[in-house]
Design a protein around this ligand. Structure first.
Ligand SMILES: Nc1ncnc2c1ncn2[C@@H]1O[C@H](COP(=O)(O)OP(=O)(O)OP(=O)(O)O)[C@@H](O)[C@H]1O
Ligand SMILES: [Mg+2]
Length: 450
């Protein structure tokens, strides 16, 4: 092979190698280009996502504040600005204490900056916040933990609940008003019945007293003839005529009858005044004014007095029996609220009995009230033989204003008031069991230790 040939071969090889290198380069730059495209897309995605998160953060109605581990504010969303009245620049880098007059030692911040106990994260607390203008307000706050570029971040979410608190207060006030109205209404309703209850004994006390007045006039006649007899005996001048007069006056006034009737009239009169006294006492116990605080009350006595004042409500429709545990200890209780609960349930029972009665039936229904101690609870149950509560509405009966009664007959407050009195005010329970066509039992449990 000559020199020229050798050179040509080498050139050939080099050309080939260059071609291959060029092809490789092209391939690599293609890959790079694609990778770059991906990266650009990823970056755009990320930017979009961050933008989305930011706009969610900015759009949310809750104030969101992020803190670093030492409690310094990192970020402050728009709602937080609105709630506290600070701009982002005014608070970033500042300690969170700036926003909370109670400081970081408050219950909600117990775990900052070493908030390890993440089980509590997200729990809601109520706290007092302070705005830029120094005014304070109620808020709801929850803490949670996040991770930002290897750093622990604490996320504080706050909500201004001033309006809600105000609405709550207003609702409470309305409730008190409603309860007062119901109490007055039932006192008004009971008053007619009580008047009637008192009227009967008062009437026979009157009749008996008038009878005694007449009887005494008759006896007076007899007594005056006895005076004459006595004088005659003293003077030893007793005459047949005088004896006859005594006899005939005794006959005229029907002495035998008076002798047997007068003691009866007296004891009936005493019964009557006892009955009136009992009703008046029950009324006093029932209305038990102004018991703001609980006192130890005798549940059985409270039930008895409620039964007495409401007698006219049930006596035409039901036989009301009691089976009271007389060994039941006194229970810390708001007496007038408790009485109102028992009354509401008795009245409902009477309505249910009327409801379940066929038109032509004259038979009375039955109401049974029992008390019993059960562990640390005083248990009161009120059973009726009324129409029962259909399953479908059983879960609604304690709702305010739920009623199945016609306009003017029920406002649906009776059991709502009972529920709030027993559950909210006494930490007790009230439950119902019912079978349509058979009857209903309400069971109340009150804790013996307030
Ligand atoms: N013992 C009962 N038997 C059958 N249904 C009952 C009984 N007690 C309550 N209910 C049902 O529960 C509903 C709500 O009772 P609640 O006492 O709250 O209101 P109301 O009796 O309708 O009206 P109000 O008590 O305000 O006059 C009643 O309308 C009735 O349908
Ligand atoms: Mg009712």
């Amino acid at each position: 092979m000559d020199e020229l040939e050798l050179l040509e071969n080498r050139l050939q090889r080099e050309r080939l190698a260059r071609k291959q290198a060029e092809a490789l380069l092209e391939e690599k730059s293609e890959t790079l280009y694609l990778l770059n495209q991906d990266l650009v897309k990823l970056a755009a995605d990320l930017a979009e996502r961050e933008e989305a998160s930011r706009s969610i953060l900015e759009a949310t109605g809750d104030g969101i504040i992020t803190l670093d581990e030492s409690g310094r504010i990192d970020s402050f969303n728009r709602a937080a600005k609105g709630i506290f009245g600070y701009s982002q620049e005014q608070v970033v880098g500042q300690n969170i204490d700036k926003l909370f007059p109670m400081g970081i030692t408050g219950e909600a911040f117990k775990n900052i900056p070493h908030m390890q106990d993440m089980e509590r994260s997200g729990e809601l607390h109520e706290a007092t916040g302070r705005r830029a203008d120094g005014s304070e307000f109620f808020m709801e706050i929850s803490l949670s933990q996040g991770q930002l570029l290897q750093r622990r971040m604490i996320i504080v979410s706050v909500r201004d609940i001033t309006q809600r608190k105000k609405a709550e207060e207003e609702r409470k006030y309305m409730e008190i008003q409603l309860r007062q109205a119901q109490k007055l209404e039932s006192i008004g309703q009971l008053a007619a019945g009580i008047a009637h209850e008192i009227n009967t004994p008062i009437q026979f006390v009157g009749d008996n007293t008038r009878f005694l007045l007449d009887a005494f006039a008759d006896i007076e006649r007899l007594l005056s003839i006895y005076d004459q007899v006595l004088e005659a005996v003293r003077a030893n001048e007793i005459t047949e005529g005088l004896v006859t007069s005594v006899n005939s006056i005794a006959n005229e006034i029907d002495l035998d009858y008076l002798r047997s009737e007068i003691p009866q009239a007296i004891s009936q009169t005493l019964d009557g005044t006892d009955r009136v006294a009992r009703i008046v006492r029950a009324m006093k116990e029932f209305s038990h004014p102004g018991d703001e605080a609980k006192s130890l009350i005798d549940i059985n006595k409270a039930i008895q007095s409620t039964i007495t004042v409401s007698r006219n409500e049930w006596k035409y429709d039901a036989e009301l029996e009691t089976d009271l545990d007389l060994t039941l200890p006194t229970v810390p209780c708001l007496a007038s609220e408790f009485n109102q609960v028992i009354l509401n349930i008795i009245v409902n029972a009477v309505h249910a009995i009327r409801d379940g009665k066929s038109d032509d039936s004259t038979a009375k229904g039955a109401i049974l009230i029992t008390t019993k101690q059960e562990g640390d609870w005083a248990k009161i149950s009120i059973r009726d033989s009324g129409s029962g509560i259909p399953e479908a509405i059983r879960s609604k009966i304690f709702d305010p204003f739920f009623t199945t009664k016609g306009v003017g007959k029920g406002t649906g407050q009776g059991l709502a008031i009972a529920y709030s009195a027993i559950v909210d005010k006494h930490a007790g329970t009230i439950d119902v069991q019912s079978e349509v066509g058979v009857g209903t039992t309400f069971t109340i449990k009150l804790p013996m230790q307030g």
